[in-house]
Design a binder for this molecule. Structure first.
Ligand code: MG
Length: 240
């Protein structure tokens, strides 16, 4: 693990050095990030992480990126490294009290994250540790609250929005409704945990994904594993 950490930190150091060509740095990042994040708690597959990295690289030419549901920072490292490479900001929103399915007695409860003094889940120390180890402190801006609260006075147009917070229909719908108006034309709206087959997983993210698609303002791009990717049209399409 020490070698992996050293490789990653050397990569991060090199991201700002113009002596190393941009393409070399991008290719190196794709090799190194998966090894670095392999020990971070989380539910993101490697192919999904690498797609997030590629989409963020493209989105950064439009504006900053935003993720909802950071947990311990696995997806944050993929998105944040791309933002660092492009000198952009990644905003992350998570109340860090765990989503519905991570509470005691639920399917994804993790006792490591349970604070017995408060009786609450707290993933923020893990998240902060990930960001510090990854050298992304000057890229990632953590917003520790509910997504609807963070959205209340939000004014910054975004190049990419990644929705991976709570997985109940109401929560995913709220995240979509609060944030998609801030997406720039050509920007990416990405949902995690899209299961086309109901036997494979919960359907709430897919239901909201279909709702977004039916709005007519997004183009559907190819999926990667359970990553559903929409792109905002440059101009609004009017249905006949
Ligand atoms: Mg997820």
């Amino acid at each position: 693990m020490k070698t992996v950490l050293w490789d990653y930190l050397r990569l991060i150091e090199n991201l700002y050095q113009r002596s190393v060509s941009y393409w070399c740095r991008e290719m190196e990042a794709k090799d190194i990030i998966p090894a670095f994040v392999s020990e971070i708690k989380g539910f993101l597959a490697q192919d999904e992480g690498l797609r997030l990295f590629e989409l963020a690289l493209e989105a950064c030419s439009l504006g900053p990126c935003l993720e909802i549901g950071s947990f311990c920072g696995k997806s944050t490292v993929y998105l944040g490294t791309a933002c660092k490479l492009k000198r952009r900001t990644l905003f992350t929103i998570d109340h860090h009290r765990g989503s519905e399915e991570q509470q005691p007695g639920q399917l994804y409860f993790d006792p490591d994250l349970f604070d017995s003094e408060t009786g609450l889940i707290d993933s923020f120390p893990y998240f902060r540790n990930t960001i510090e180890r990854a050298g992304l402190g000057d890229v990632v801006v953590p917003i520790v609250t509910k997504s609807s609260v963070a959205a209340r006075d939000w004014m910054t147009p975004l190049g990419l929005i990644f929705i991976d917070g709570g997985h109940s229909y109401e929560t995913v719908l709220t995240d979509y409704q609060c944030w998609h108006p801030h997406l720039l034309p050509d920007g990416f709206l990405i949902f995690h945990d899209i299961y086309l087959n109901p036997a494979m997983g919960g359907q709430a993210p897919y239901e909201v994904y279909k709702l977004a698609l039916s709005s007519g303002i997004f183009e559907e791009l190819p999926m990667t594993n359970t990553l559903g990717v929409l792109r905002r049209y440059k101009t609004v399409m009017v249905k006949e």
